[in-house]
Design a protein around this ligand. Structure first.
Ligand code: NSP
Length: 228
């Protein structure tokens, strides 16, 4: 059994819950409120900037050139391929790249990205790949599931989202993360594998909370009190 098989056994029930989430169902069925999607897309853009930093940390901490290059390519793929999707949607919604980049991160985005970056900074290269694994893999997993839902790929607004996350290009990103985590996990002692597993589980919980944040268009609970 590979390390990713071990991880998947643990997190599959959590990932299955994503498919029941109203936001994901709304994308797959094409019924999602457009304002919720705009909030999601803006928040996801600033999330991806911080997520890219985790690849940079992984690259800096790598012990060999091959691992360093894989992390660097994942960083490049996120910023130049995945984030193009967000920029294209933003253009459609009349939001400039500058506005997109200046999005104020919500409480969940702040908590999730702070967690990923601190785990990657505190540990070695194994923490960096564990911190991004659920992110890359769950999106590809969701994208491929939704691609089988009737009409999901052809929806005029959400079809491109489903196409991106089920695409060969994004599958390559997810597969590279899978091979990397399995390679890095080889020869690691059980206490380090346990730590990697904990990070993958926690980030899987954060993924669910991110869908909730998008569904509820939430920011910070009492923000309006200080803004007044
Ligand atoms: C919150 C979140 N998690 C993961 C992904 C896929 N890179 C994403 N775009 N956004």
């Amino acid at each position: 059994m590979t390390f990713s098989d071990r991880l998947f056994k643990k997190i599959e029930p959590v990932w299955n819950s994503y498919l029941e989430h109203p936001f994901i169902k709304g994308i797959g069925e094409g019924t999602l409120d457009k304002e919720k999607f705009i909030h999601y897309m803006q928040q996801d853009y600033v999330y991806l900037i911080e997520y890219s930093r985790v690849f940079a940390i992984g690259s800096a901490k790598a012990n060999d050139i091959e691992t360093m290059t894989i992390f660097a390519n994942l960083l490049h793929g996120t910023m130049n391929f995945e984030m193009d999707l967000h920029r294209e949607y933003a253009e459609k919604f009349g939001i400039s790249n500058e506005q997109l980049e200046a999005t104020e991160p919500s409480a969940i985005v702040t908590a999730y990205t702070s967690y990923m970056i601190s785990q990657a900074a505190l540990g070695g290269v194994e923490n960096a790949i564990a911190a991004v694994f659920a992110c890359a893999w769950s999106y590809n997993w969701i994208g491929k599931k939704l691609a089988e839902w009737p009409g999901a790929l052809d929806h005029e607004l959400y079809g491109n989202w489903v196409k991106m996350y089920s695409s060969d290009g994004f599958t390559k990103i997810a597969d590279d993360c899978l091979h990397l985590i399995n390679d890095i996990a080889k020869d690691k002692p059980e206490h380090e594998l346990k730590k990697m597993e904990e990070i993958v589980i926690q980030t899987s919980y954060f993924e669910y909370m991110f869908w909730d944040m998008a569904e509820n268009t939430s920011m910070w609970p009492v923000k309006e009190l200080a803004d007044a």
